[in-house]
Each structure stands twice: as structure tokens, then as C-alpha cells.
Design a binder for this molecule. Sequence first.
Ligand code: SF4
Length: 469
Amino acid sequence: MSALPDFKNRARAALADPVLKVAIDRTTGNAERKRAAAVAAFPEFEAARARGKAIKDHVTAHIDHYLEQFERNATARGAQVHWAADDAEARAIVTRICLAADAKLVTRAKSMLGEEIGLPHALADAGIERVETDLAEHIIQLAGEAPSHIIWPAMHRTREQVAELFKAGHQPPPAAEDPATMVQSARRVLRQKFLSADIGISGANFLVADTGATCTVTNEGNAELTTTPPRIHIVTAGIEKLVPSTAHAFALLRLLVRSATGGEMTQYTTFHAGPRRPGDADGPEEMHIVLVDNGRSRMLANEFREMLRCIRCGACMNHCVVYRQIGGHAYGGTYPGPMGSVLTPVLDGLAASRDLPNACTMNGRCAEVCPVGIPLPTLLRAWRRRSWREGLEPGSLRAGIGIWAQLARRPRLYRLATRIGLPLMRLFGKGGWIARLPLAGGWTAHRDLPRPAARSFMDQYRARQKGRK
Ligand code: SF4
């Protein structure tokens, strides 16, 4: 559930914001370096990647079997399993549980699926106070924003901006602006909420079919504090999060952590298997698991099936030249970057998000770093093909490509056009670059175009061939 008004305007605004560029570069640059070091120090990375891909493909091919197995085992452990066909149903199930429990305060551990189904708004509409417990999510909740990255939701915010938000949002405000004092302040504010929440809502990194357990990984321990003290724990998870066994979850975890943060393991890895049992020292009295489809089973049957392998590590966005220029909010959907550009049209429809698959340079870096080998550029091309087939491009673009296609099919005409066009283009160039070109303002507004050579490749090639004779 997301709003996608005008991608181009948002991207333009992001490009004009120098602070945003610094904030994004700092985080993604670090992530890129740390990932490269982690992969270099893990000689079995390629083998682990092949295994991760095989695990996810196996689950996708037998998803009905694993879903039933998971439901059986989770129910046997005392959890209540709910099925949601779409975002509206998922929201309705979660709010129904909250209202039935007369919940006033809900803590939430970061879950992109919760954003996908529009849970924050649904809770607000139901009059339930929601508190985000991940530090970065806490920051963006204070700012009234949505996440801009799936691993670092507040990466677009500088330390100075966070200090301002804490000053305004914490009672009493932090005594100083250094990171340690600010973290201490957030800890104080959040601790009260952890202890007084009626319900804790989390996502799941994995759903383990043969034990019925859900698994969350965090570096702050906030998922544990969200899910353990409250009376009720609700898990919302996409059906693609299934793995056959705990061993399979760990195989994917080795890929997830290295690809996301460059670490070897997260600080906290917790498996929740049903509510508190007699004799348990702590834990919720009720555990609900909401299994969400929301377009996923449609993907099983179409060309986007491989996207179901995604383990939400964020590596594709950290290495994406477009994401690093415009940041996550410009994408407008729940999921940004290359994976978001594939997923958003599934969730919001292609007509509303046609610009996203087009905002890609096809440099292939995302596919190179994806730990489960998702061919993102191929999937983006598939959306472009669909968009063309469905006639979603503006008339001017279709006409331009139509003219180019006519020329490309007629070599003589094409050569004639380049012979006339190239010298004309050269007139607009200075020092090897063209800063402004009529009819190509979209390209030259934010970057220069290389000035074409005086003679086309074909002319030079022919001249050489002649010289050889
Ligand atoms: S598409 Fe690949 S790289 Fe991107 S978030 Fe998913 S698993 Fe990570």
C-alpha cells in the first residue's frame, strides 16, 4: 500500500538536495565497502549464494506444501495462523486482533511488510498508539516519514537533523547532541513503551516450516523487547519467507547479513515458536501469525517469479547508481531501489509505477551483488516490455521510438540520418561534452552527453577497410 504520485518530480527534488546526497553516499558507500570485505573474507560466498538460490527456488516450487507444514507446526505450538489474500485483509486481521484485545499501545519492530500493507495508518485509524522500536524507525516516526531504505530506514537523515528531532520529540530532550547521549535518550523513551505495550508486532525474516517457528534478526534487540513483554505477539510475514528448516534459515542468514551490513552475524537472532508455555519465564500469552499473499502467488505464475527469492538485504540499492543519486523516497512505493522497481508494479500496478522500471541504467551491478542471484535488470526489462505492450508510454516517446525503429530497419536511411544528425549534434558540444541539446532536455538536465565523434563508427570502419586493401 503506497502512494506513487510523480516519480520524476520527486527525483528532481532529491537531485537538488545536496544534504540528502551526502547522507546517502555516506551510508551506501560504507555498506558497499563492508560488503566487499565480508565477501572477500568468505571464500565460500559463491557456493553459499548457489545454495541460497536453490533453497529459495525449492520453496517457491513447493510453496503449498511448506505453507501447510508451517501452519500445522505453528498451530501445534499454540500460535494462531491467519491468511491474508491482500493488504486490506492483512490490515483488517491485525486491527481486529488489536481491538479484540482492547489494545491502546502497540510496539512494532521494523517490518517492511507492515509498511507494504499500510499497517501504521490502519492502527492510527483504529485509535491505537503505535511506537516504532527500531532506532532508525523511531527517528522517522518522529519525522513523520516513511522508510527510505529497507535496512537503514533513516539513512537520509544527518546526525544534526536527528538531534533536532530528538530535541523536539523527547521529554526531557537529550542533554547533548553526541550519538551516545542521543541513543541513551531514545533508549529511555522506548523502554517505557516496551514495558507498557499491550501488543508487540514484528515481521519475520524466516518462517521455519518444520518447526512452525518465526525468526527475526536485529542488531538492537528491539524485536525481542517488542515481542516478549506484551501480552500478545503478532507476526506479519509474506508467504515467500518460508524455509524448510532451521538449517536452511541459517544458510540464508549467512548471505543476508554479509550482503546487508558486511557483518558475519546479526547481534540478535531469535526464533519464536508459539506463545509462552507453562513454566516459561516470559513470553506473550497469545501469538498470531498473519501470512500475507498480496500479489505473491500471482508472481509464482509469471515472469517475476524469481523475485520471490528476495531476502530483503538491500545490497541492490546500496550498489545502484540511481538509488545513490535520488534516495529511497523518490521511488514513492514501500520498496525502493532495484528490487522496489520490480516489486512496486506488482503491488501498485504498472500504470501507477511505469517510471520505476525505466529509471534504470541497466549497468547490472544489482544482479552482480544480489546474494540469491535475482536477475533484476532482466525483470526490469520485462516490465518495460509489458509497459510497451499495454501502451502506457506517453505518445511522444512512442512516436520517437517508432521513428527510430523505422530507421533501424532501413540501414541506408539510418546512415543518411546519422550523417545529417551527428554534425548537427556536434554543433552543441564544447570540449567533448554537450551540456544542452534540443529534444534531449530530460537527459542533459542532470548530466552532460558525450559529444559524438566527427565521423560515425561505420564511416571509420569503412575507411579502415579501404585502407587495408
Ligand atoms: S533483490 Fe537481491 S540484493 Fe536486492 S534486496 Fe533482494 S536479495 Fe537483496
